[in-house]
Write a protein that binds this ligand. Structure first.
Ligand SMILES: NC(=O)c1ccc[n+]([C@@H]2O[C@H](COP(=O)([O-])OP(=O)(O)OC[C@H]3O[C@@H](n4cnc5c(N)ncnc54)[C@H](O)[C@@H]3O)[C@@H](O)[C@H]2O)c1
Ligand SMILES: [Zn+2]
Length: 825
């Protein structure tokens, strides 16, 4: 703290800090976004508090240091808290924690006291009010005095009891706790959002807070929020200590995290903190620290509060850990919607209990913001986010000649030039029809349970078929039986491959080491790599050399071919992916290649997606020993059994009814139900294609957007071609709803409607009767009708409309006469 600051400068700094903190508070509490890390935020706050202490004349009542950060929103009713909901003082340092302990000791006149330690759950604070054993109100913290009433949303949380049974339940009490989104649920939601091409949620805390404030409880219920309680409030509860209160909460059926502990001294507190530093990452909920509370209520009262925080409690926060690593390369992932996501490959570094090798970069803007250059030393941080992120470049280590990262211009999966729409952060691959991940997305939908239901075609197998050019649309699947013999030996396993920014194929280091050596089982190589996990690849290779010598089997041969590999790998500048090596280098290291292969290999290692495919044309010209080594590189391959099982499933799917086929086609905006509706109204695909906009819109549940999607779909030549092929392959493009047996054709070509109550027919009987005589039953009054059978009590408005349109009305008797049967059978 700079005490030499002039008063004016101090005032200016206080104002600036206040403005900044208010801004971040707004974002955090109103919009559930964190523009800076909690640590950075807490540092700003600490600076402000210190300045205000030094210059008390500038301390204003509404400084963010004096207020709880949140506010109420305008979308809910609000309610006042019977007891204020406070914030907690926080610290990141042991020294300050000891200072807190000294203040407590002093405040209590050095009498005996004990602490109760709990983890600090990173969610949203909630107050639950129970009356006569029933949950009557759930309120957010808001500004500490009043909060939003979110009872309906909270009632959807399964582990919050709506009723408390048993005796000793007071007439009225309040419990407080933290609502959170379990990490697993968070990951699931994000995986779904990613698959749908939606923006990802930043972290579970913000997601929980956003969810709690949703207007639709049904959506809230789907999010599977959870809650831990940690405070009991009420009068004459007969508890004098916090640990007793917690016990009571458990007995009443509230969820209390079993991670708490009583501590007799600050030393015990410190060891609790140390204990949980890494262990906390295995909990289902995100935690960002430990809350330390004085256990005895009487003592709490003696210690009291400041404007914003209790003096009897403090939060110790774990620093989001950060570490330095080296940027090895950037991989560009292509999603099922064609969105490109850059991922940084890093030299392994140990962080918050795990080894980090990759960090997300989100999009091109992020790379520009960081100013990333090839081979930069970077700071990685693992905070609330799932995937670690690069926070900044350690520019002091940058080499003079290093180049700024140039973002990919072409899709690493299919080579198409990428596009970026106005105002969007992400690049996209526009090659919807044949970019492998995009094809995969569509075919996965096509074969899914609710569509064509081919369960023998899992993602891995589909990827293999797509990547190797066997399948690029649904119709290709039905051509597979004719290519059965070609499928044998196709590589299935995907995880062993990845590619770099320019699309060069990489293979796992594990497979490479396995293939270049002899007499060492794959499991031993796995064990070796596990032991050296935290080393970078060059160091791993060094250690592997020693390992080879120590094994004592085929040492000379193995060292020799291993040397070929390291020579190939040497002197690749900015091109590493941790745990992977370029296939090109490995294939060259496995032995000498004929000149033709030598000449073409580089290009094929970019075009093809498996070793099998790269070498396919050269089976004859390669030495059998060489091919034997190559076999060790390959992933699991398609075998007879798998293939026939797959083809069987494909064949069986031809029996799926028309509405499933319609859904499987993946026409935008056509879900399962819409497909069913359309199939009912337009029993063949030709009829659907020919349907007028009017006819479509007449269907309940069909809107303009859907009409447009249908038009767009049928207009595309590719789709017409695929439908044509699927038809000739035997898929159902018409409804097989039973056609009634024709009794006569007396009503052939006639469009008929019946209205009002009939004497001889029930509703569905008349429809069947008309159809069995060759007529068509129509559901609404229109000019197209030939006549209407007028039953008793026909609706006046219908009748009026019929008369206006000039449609003939006919009595039931007349109708029966027309058909030539006075008796309906
Ligand atoms: N990154 C940003 O932009 C930004 C902006 C504003 C606030 N913040 C973060 O929010 C903090 C301020 O929020 P705050 O006022 O809610 O304080 P806080 O989150 O540091 O502490 C108080 C809260 O802790 C929670 N808590 C969790 N487990 C608990 C337990 N076992 N016992 C008691 N309470 C428990 C309660 O919800 C309570 O309201 C800041 O310190 C900062 O870290 C970040
Ligand atoms: Zn592409």
């Amino acid at each position: 703290m700079n005490r030499n600051l002039s008063k004016d400068a101090a005032k200016a700094r206080i104002d600036a800090l206040t403005e900044q903190i208010n801004h971040y508070n707004d974002l955090y509490y109103q919009e559930d976004t964190s523009a800076i890390s909690d640590f950075e935020f807490d540092q700003l706050m600490e600076e402000l508090i210190l300045l205000e202490k030094t210059y008390p004349e500038f301390l204003s009542e509404d400084s963010p240091s004096q207020r709880v950060g949140g506010t109420i929103t305008k979308q809910f009713e609000t309610a006042e808290h019977a007891v204020r909901m406070l914030s907690l003082g926080n610290t990141y340092s042991e020294t300050e924690l000891r200072a807190f302990d000294e203040r407590v000791a002093k405040g209590l006149g050095h009498r005996h006291y004990a602490y109760f330690c709990e983890l600090k759950f990173d969610g949203v604070a909630i107050s639950l009010v129970y009356e006569n054993g029933k949950l009557v109100r759930a309120v957010t913290r808001g500004d500490g005095y009043r909060g939003d009433v979110v009872t309906e949303n909270v009632k959807t949380i399964r582990n919050i009891p709506l009723f408390i049974h048993g005796h000793e339940v007071p007439d009225r009490f309040e419990v407080r706790g933290e609502i959170f989104l379990p990490r697993k649920e968070f990951d699931k939601i994000n995986a779904e959002r990613e698959a749908n091409g939606e923006a990802l949620l930043a972290n579970p805390r913000n997601a929980a807070s956003g969810t709690l404030k949703m207007q639709d409880s049904a959506v809230v219920a789907k999010r599977r929020l959870n809650c831990y309680l940690y405070q009991l409030i009420g009068e004459n509860l007969g508890v004098e200590k916090h640990d007793q209160a917690m016990e009571r909460l458990v007995n009443w059926g509230f969820s209390v995290s079993p991670t708490h502990q009583s501590c007799a001294s600050i030393e015990e507190v410190l060891s609790f903190i140390a204990d949980w530093k890494d262990k906390r990452h295995s909990l289902p909920v995100d935690t960002d620290g430990v809350v330390i509370k004085v256990n005895d209520y009487q003592q709490r009262e003696e210690l009291g509060f400041t404007a914003k925080i209790p003096r009897w409690a403090i939060a110790f926060k774990y620093q989001a850990e950060s570490a330095q690593s080296t940027l090895l390369s950037i991989t560009y992932q292509v999603g099922r919607t064609g969105a490109i996501t850059p991922v940084a490959n890093l030299a392994p570094v140990s962080l918050a209990g795990t080894t980090v090798k990759r960090a997300s970069l989100h999009n091109a803007n992020e790379i520009i913001r960081l100013g990333l250059h090839e081979g930069d030393r970077v700071w990685v941080e693992k905070g609330g986010e799932i995937i670690p992120k690069i926070t900044r470049v350690a520019e002091e280590f940058r080499k003079n000649n290093s180049l700024p990262i140039r973002y990919v211009t072409h899709c690493p999966e299919c080579g198409t030039e990428l596009i970026r729409k106005e105002g969007e952060a992400k690049h996209f691959c526009p090659n919807v029809h044949s970019c492998p991940p995009q094809v995969l997305g569509r075919i996965e939908h096509f074969v899914s349970k609710r569509a064509m239901d081919v369960d023998s075609l899992g993602t891995e197998r589909l990827k293999a078929l797509i990547n190797q050019g066997y399948v690029s649309n649904a119709a290709d699947l039905y051509d597979l039986p004719a290519r059965q013999h070609q499928l044998l030996g196709l590589e299935v396993s995907e995880e062993q491959y990845t590619s770099n920014g320019s699309g060069s194929l990489y293979i796992s280091l594990k497979k490479a080491l396995f293939a270049v050596t002899e007499g060492i089982p794959l499991s031993s190589i796995e064990a070796f790599l596990e032991q050296t996990e935290t080393e970078d690849t060059p160091r791993k290779l060094e250690l592997f050399r020693t390992y080879l010598s120590s094994i004592g089997k085929k040492v000379t041969e193995n060292l020799h071919s291993f040397k070929r590999l390291t020579t190939e790998l040497a002197d690749r500048p900015f091109e590493w992916i941790e745990d992977f090596v370029p296939v090109y280098a490995v294939l060259r290291a496995l032995g000498n290649l004929p000149p033709q292969v030598e000449a073409e290999l580089g290009a094929r290692c970019v075009e093809k997606k498996t070793v099998h495919d790269i070498l396919l044309p050269y089976q004859e010209s390669l030495h059998p020993d060489y091919l034997e080594r190559v076999r060790k590189l390959k992933g699991t391959t398609f075998q007879e059994g798998v293939i026939s099982n797959m083809l069987e499933g494909i064949k069986k799917s031809k029996d799926q009814p028309y509405e499933k086929v319609l859904f499987a086609l993946g026409i935008r905006n056509i879900g399962e139900n819409t497909a069913m509706l359309l199939a009912q109204h337009f029993p063949t695909i030709e009829m659907l294609e020919a349907a007028s906009e009017e006819a479509l819109l007449a269907i309940n549940g069909v809107g303009e957007t859907l009409v447009r999607s249908l038009r767009d779909f049928f207009r595309e030549e590719v789709n017409q071609e695929i439908i044509g092929r699927l038809k000739s392959q035997g898929l159902k493009f018409e409804s097989d709803r039973e056609q009634p047996i024709l009794v006569s054709s007396k009503l052939a070509g006639k469009k008929i409607l019946a209205s009002g109550k009939l004497d001889h027919f029930k509703r569905d009987e008349i429809v069947e009767f008309i159809e069995s005589h060759g007529g068509t039953y129509v559901k609404s009054v229109s000019k197209a009708l030939d006549f209407i059978i007028e039953g008793a009590d026909m609706g006046p408005s219908k009748k009026e409309k019929a008369i206006k349109l000039g449609v003939k009305l006919m009595s039931e008797e007349e109708f029966l006469l027309l058909v030539g049967t006075a008796d309906k059978s």
